[in-house]
Design a protein around this ligand. Structure first.
Ligand code: NAG
Length: 370
């Protein structure tokens, strides 16, 4: 019964140099309490994720879309060394989070029909690579828009009611941690395709996306989600593909595109205001998770994080390949941990680990609310 807690403590011992001893002690204390009073492994019941490829563990494997990566070299460094559908060489931030919380080692895709009750009740991801808050973004790649992911969540809740009963389901949702990570594809589509620019200025589009964020939050809190991480935009102008497509000489000049970073930065500031207002209004705990800073830091000072290359992905030339263009015929770097990016868009597992490390303090903070 206490295995989960043992694992939780074990993880914390490993990070003891970074995390203070009190965390370990409180962990041990709650383990004792858990043993005495509850069969639950962790105060957190489950993890649920919504969004794009940054949280898609393979939902796109189950739908007809060209935006997929369930073939080598994707998944090369996953513990099974098999492609899972994750758009990277190994784990995602949500996998690290589920593991850190003592829940499970990987967060599975909701659309995997083989999931058992234990998997379903401890959390799933509804994320879909290529998706966005703007329904049009998901349409480009025939993937699952965030609004549809919310519909799936409602369907999931009904299933859970049948399996564990309404009271147990409500308890699971109330004690769960939710993670929302999307928006990058919306702003890439806005910058590269004319369609949305015909009806929106960039400020107008930011407002439109934020309205969609709010609708998702509303849907989640209506179902009693009470702890939600909302991930901001990364430094989009530092993604290898954006540099390749936007720079005047994208082969030789690999500096980040400031204009794209500025759009992301302004959006992130507006997002934080929205989240603060919404959290107060609905009395839910909402945490803004900043990926912009760790990404731009790693790109600008790779050595500091143990990276050797932050300008090109590990797969192929690293300048343009992602999804189907990064495939079994691609030349792949020897050691992905030396790269910030796995393909021209997505971070390596190592970079996801760096990002997760910056989130850990916020997770610990949230744990105090249990
Ligand atoms: C890959 O690179 C990382 C980071 O530099 C290093 O810690 C690791 O030992 C390397 N692995 C191999 C197999 O060379």
């Amino acid at each position: 019964m206490a295995e989960g807690y043992f694992f939780c403590c074990y993880v914390r011992i490993k990070f003891l140099t970074l995390v203070s001893l009190t965390f370990f002690l409180s962990c041990a204390a709650s383990r004792a309490q858990a043993q005495a009073t509850s069969p639950k492994k962790s105060p957190v019941s489950a993890v649920f994720a919504f969004g794009d490829s940054t949280v898609d563990p393979g939902n796109n494997n189950f739908i007809p879309t060209p935006f997929r990566c369930n073939f080598p070299p994707y998944g090369r460094d996953f513990f099974t060394h098999e492609p899972t559908g994750r758009f990277t060489n190994g784990k995602l931030v949500t996998d690290f989070a589920a593991s850190y919380l003592g829940i499970k080692e990987e967060l599975p895709p909701y659309l995997d029909w083989s999931l058992g009750v234990e998997e379903l009740t401890t959390g799933v991801s509804f994320g879909s690579g290529g998706s966005g808050f703007d329904p049009f973004t998901a349409q480009i790649g025939s993937v699952i828009p965030v609004s549809q992911q919310l519909t799936y969540f409602r369907e999931y809740v009904k299933k859970l009611d049948l399996v564990v009963g309404v009271d147990a389901r409500r308890d699971i949702i109330r004690r769960a941690i939710f993670c929302v990570s999307a928006g990058t594809n919306d702003f890439i589509a806005f910058a590269t395709l004319p369609i949305r620019r015909q009806s929106f200025s960039i400020e107008g589009y930011q407002g439109f996306i934020l309205q969609n964020v709010q609708e998702l939050l509303q849907g989640l809190s209506d179902l009693e989600a009470s702890r939600i991480f909302v991930v901001g935009l990364p430094a989009i102008g530092c993604l290898p593909i954006i540099i390749t497509l936007s720079a005047r000489d994208g082969i030789h000049d690999r500096g980040c595109i400031l204009e794209h970073n500025a759009v992301a930065d302004v959006y992130n500031k507006k997002l934080q205001v929205l989240l603060q207002d919404y959290a107060q209004l609905r009395r839910v705990q909402i945490v803004y998770a900043d990926v912009y800073t760790p990404l731009i830091n790693a790109v600008q000072a790779p050595i500091k994080y143990g990276f050797e290359d932050s300008k090109a992905g590990c797969c192929g030339t690293g300048l343009i390949e992602a999804s189907i263009l990064c495939n079994p015929n691609s030349l792949v770097c020897f050691n992905a941990s030396k790269y910030v990016f796995w393909d021209s868009i997505h971070p390596t597992e190592k970079m996801y680990r760096v990002i997760f490390d910056t989130f850990r303090m916020m997770i610990d903070q949230l744990l105090k609310s249990y």
